[in-house]
Design a binder for this molecule. Structure first.
Ligand code: BGC
Length: 880
């Protein structure tokens, strides 16, 4: 650990040293220092100045643990922590500090001096691809957790980086979308976490986001970079561009961007030329160098450089496990949990026997070890309990990000070899030329290449064998075998593609791109039922709709549909030929393909049927489902992908004693399963110790300590994703028309019933809240609430005392209530604690757009204290 670290890097002594260094740098050296580079495995980097003892700036993602860029260090492995959203669900700054400490220590020990995180972008829409990297929908919670993470990192002498500044709340069109937002909304909802990280966390660096904001790119936005960040928030560190988010030389330089990352050609020689011809002054470049040097020198990174060292692998694994347990949110429980006296458990889900559920993209971490749910349950339950494992679904892959219907399950297919699945061939050219690079048996027909298949970015289920990166750009693929269905009826094939394809059944082209006769036509039904079979099998011509109510989607893909009548038991020859040959397909944007369908109601795959049988024969079924989430694309809907809704439906029908565990980083629809599971656990992406954490929570060895850091909606129609204008935007602009009414603020204002409200979470004990006293305070603090929490149940437990400020009257419409403070408490059975929560003035104020500043509300606020935003137990007035 460095001596000068944490938030204390900014001092007069540091400034003096920085000036001394600056004076010795040539203009060329300064320009080189502010121009980044790409190093190792897509890592950010900037060369230091060796002759002056300034080390290279070596950065590593990211928000969920260190994604080691130097592949040779520690075998590329670091602790894969629970996703940031799981950390937020702990509502515990102490856990956030432990989380940051692990990241800081491991950054140091893996030769990185800047950690590219945390991400403090408010979760605005449930389908946002990086919701899992965020700390939720509330700025106060986001700030408290973020500040503690930053301090944890920086106390190790490693710089943290607050990202993505700013108004970066969706991944669809992230590199061009213009966020049209009003000043009040920006200041009340989206900027406070960045402000808190600067003022309270002393964050050293920031990352400018990809998007535009009210017309200008974030990385060349003088108001954002200078007026707000420097003048208002007092930021004295440096701001780098996100990967490719800089679009200019003089504009960005003069607007206040400090470093272009990586080298995109706008800075470097171009910037030097701009200084020579007077478009950028040398003083502007000097300022950037100062901003970058200040934390580097102030934190002692020159004298006490990072390097390669051992770190406490086991201890960090334990931290990951404790946070996972403390972040799991028990949404519903009819008493089945904690599990008692079970003899036979059916453990069902795509990843139950191989650790893997985590978010994809730049925050993905190669874990030091991994504990699967099976390993965890086996350890927790002992050898006497029978654990029957069924996957019940194909592996979840980045293909889940494509719109359309669920992929056809592999157990409907047979390859020519007789194996389950299809014979798949992959060529590195778009025309099926020559020998395929890969020939193998594949399950579902589903590809999402390019960005999502970069090394270290693809967080598919461990069972899925990733295709080589040579297939990331233009390519072609062919799948052959047979398809057999269990019920005669109408099957709606849904084919999602970018590129071209031909889909054949029994030698007949039933759908193809670009062919007028066969292109998707929902009215036409192609009948492939033999004449003699028609009489016996009643036709079912009305397949249920697909998507389970989902919407959204990527505008560049086409989703074709064709209805085909198929006969039960007949093996239809199947052949799908696909070419990623669209001109846009290349390095970043690769193959996009899914062969999905909507079979007649009640048709389940043989895999699902086997899982249901296992459930029926067990005392309890535990179904662990997961999503696929990653930067660069939002999810197409709130639905679980890859047939997992069908899986839950079938298992629930077979055994009502079913526990559903959601390993997702964002809300999924939990309403469409025909029945409610006996227990529902939101486990998020719980990191590398997930199996032990889950098993300990299920068996009651640990308390599920989490509370929702975001609302779980019933449907997207309850959120800004209800309308293309507000999400994902039209004509390149996304309008934040809902203003400050995001998350619970909107649910409360519009009196909407969520699936589960913000702050909700059950434990294994019960609580009472008593004797609330609220007294006014002054300055930045509006009041102090003191309350007694009593554990009225039979076992120790954790509770989050949540304080909301409601009924605030101001000249502008206020949300009905806002989180004003919280405290995570652990109390023994029968015990009680007196808790004090300080209420910041901001939570009873509004941003006055005429004065361009915060204005306190007058009158009285109702201070509400309870166990969730919708479970208020006691309240008292606060005079403002
Ligand atoms: C992400 C950043 C990340 C960077 C470097 C970008 O695609 O948006 O969050 O830090 O890549 O990997």
């Amino acid at each position: 650990m460095s001596e000068k670290s944490g938030a204390d890097w900014d001092s007069a002594a540091t400034d003096e040293r920085v000036e001394g260094i600056l004076a010795q740098l040539s203009l060329e050296e300064k320009v080189a220092f502010v121009t980044g580079d790409l190093n190792w495995n897509f890592g950010f980097f900037a060369e230091g100045v060796q002759r002056l003892g300034i080390p290279d700036i070596q950065m590593a993602d990211g928000p969920a643990g260190v994604r080691i860029n130097k592949g040779d260090v520690h075998g590329g492995k670091a602790t894969s922590l629970p996703a940031p959203i799981a950390l937020a669900a702990t509502w515990d700054p102490a856990q956030a500090s432990a989380y940051g400490t692990v990241i800081g220590v491991e950054c140091r020990a893996t030769d990185h001096n800047v950690s590219l995180g945390p991400a403090v972008d408010i979760a605005r829409v449930p389908v946002g691809g990086r919701t899992f990297e965020s700390f939720g929908e509330d700025p106060l919670l986001q700030s408290a957790i973020g500040v503690a993470v930053v301090r944890g990192i920086q106390d190790q002498g490693v710089q943290a980086c607050a990202k993505h500044y700013a108004i970066n709340n969706q991944e669809d069109h992230r590199s061009s979308v213009d966020a049209v937002i009003d000043e009040r909304t920006m200041h009340e909802l989206y900027l406070p976490p960045f402000e808190a990280l600067v003022r309270e966390g002393g964050v050293a660096s920031m990352m400018g986001s990809f998007n535009r904001l009210n017309g200008d790119y974030a990385c060349e936005h003088p108001q954002l970079l200078r007026d707000i960040l420097r003048d208002d928030f007092g930021f004295r560190g440096w701001i780098m561009s996100d990967y490719g988010a800089n679009h200019s030389t003089a504009e960005a330089a003069n607007a206040g961007l400090d470093q272009e990352q990586p080298n995109e050609g706008f800075w470097g020689g171009q910037l030097l030329a701009a200084v020579h011809d007077g478009r950028v002054s040398e003083a502007v470049v000097d300022e950037k160098v100062r901003n970058i040097l200040r934390p580097l020198i102030g934190m002692g990174q020159a004298e006490n450089p990072v390097g390669v060292a051992e770190f406490a692998v086991d201890q960090h694994h334990d931290v990951a496990q404790a946070i996972a347990e403390d972040g799991m949110v028990l949404l519903r429980n009819d008493g089945i949990l904690p599990l008692r006296g079970v003899r036979r458990v059916a453990l069902i889900g795509p990843d139950v026997d191989a650790w893997s559920a985590q978010g994809g993209g730049s925050s993905q971490v190669n874990p030091t070890r991994g504990v699967s749910p099976f390993d965890g349950l086996r350890r927790a339950l002992g050898d006497e309990v029978d654990i029957v494992v069924e996957h019940g679904s194909d592996p979840v892959t980045p293909g889940a990000l494509l719109p359309g219907a669920d992929p056809i399950g592999s157990s409907f297919f047979r390859a020519p070899s007789g194996e389950v699945g299809l014979h798949a061939e992959y060529w590195t050219n778009p025309s099926f030329d020559g020998e395929p690079l890969v020939s193998r048996i594949d399950g579902q027909v589903e590809l999402m290449h390019g960005f999502h298949n970069f090394p270290g970015f693809n967080a598919a289920s461990a069972r899925y064998e990733k295709l080589p990166t040579e297939l990331n750009a233009q390519m072609s693929a062919r799948y052959t075998g047979t398809l057999t269905v269990p019920v005669t009826g109408s099957y709606r094939f849904v084919i999602t593609t970018l590129g071209s394809y031909t889909f054949e059944l029994d030698g007949r082209v039933v759908a193809a791109s670009g062919s007028a006769e066969v292109v998707a036509d929902t009215d036409a039904v192609i009948d492939l039922v033999a004449a003699e079979a028609v009489a016996e099998s009643p036709a079912e011509d009305e397949p249920r709709p697909y998507g389970w109510g989902g919407d959204g989607g990527q505008p560049d893909v086409s989703v074709d549909e064709v209805v085909v009548r198929l006969q039960a038991g007949r093996a239809y020859g199947i052949r799908m030929s696909y070419a990623a040959d669209h001109p846009s397909q290349g390095f970043l944007l690769g193959a996009k393909l899914r062969l999905g369908w909507v079979p007649p109601a009640g048709v389940f795959s043989p895999d699902v049927a086997r899982a249901a049988e296992a459930a029926a024969a067990a005392d309890v079924a535990v179904v662990v489902v997961r999503s696929y989430e990653a930067e660069a694309d939002d999810r197409p809907s709130m639905q679980l992908p890859c047939g997992q809704n069908d899986l839950i439906r079938a298992v629930l029908a077979a055994n009502p004693r079913t526990v559903v565990v959601l390993m997702t980083g964002a809300p999924v629809d939990v309403t469409g399963w025909g029945a409610d599971p006996a227990a529902l656990l939101q486990a998020w992406y719980p990191g590398q110790a997930q199996g032990d954490a889950l098993a300990r929570v299920l068996t009651g060895a640990a308390e599920p300590g989490g509370r929702l850091p975001l609302t779980l909606p019933v449907a997207l129609s309850q959120t800004p994703a209800r309308d293309a204008r507000t999400y994902p935007g039209v004509d390149g602009r996304v309008h934040y028309d809902e203003g400050v009414l995001v998350g619970y603020r909107a649910f409360d204002a519009h009196d909407l019933e969520p699936a589960f409200p913000f702050g909700h979470g059950l434990g294994y004990t019960t609580w009472e809240f008593e004797d609330l006293v609220v007294v006014p305070s002054d300055g930045d603090e509006a009041g102090i609430a003191t309350v007694t929490v009593r554990n009225t149940g039979g076992r120790p437990g954790a509770v989050v005392v949540q304080v909301y400020a409601g009924d605030v009257v101001a000249p502008v419409p206020m949300p009905p209530q806002q989180l004003a403070g919280f405290a995570k408490m652990r109390v023994d059975a029968g015990g009680s604690e007196r808790v004090t929560v300080r209420i910041p003035r901001r939570t009873v104020s509004y941003y006055d757009v005429d004065a361009h500043g915060w204005a306190p509300a007058a009158g009285t606020a109702e201070i509400r204290v309870g166990a969730s935003s919708r479970d208020i137990r006691v309240s008292a007035p606060l005079a403002l």
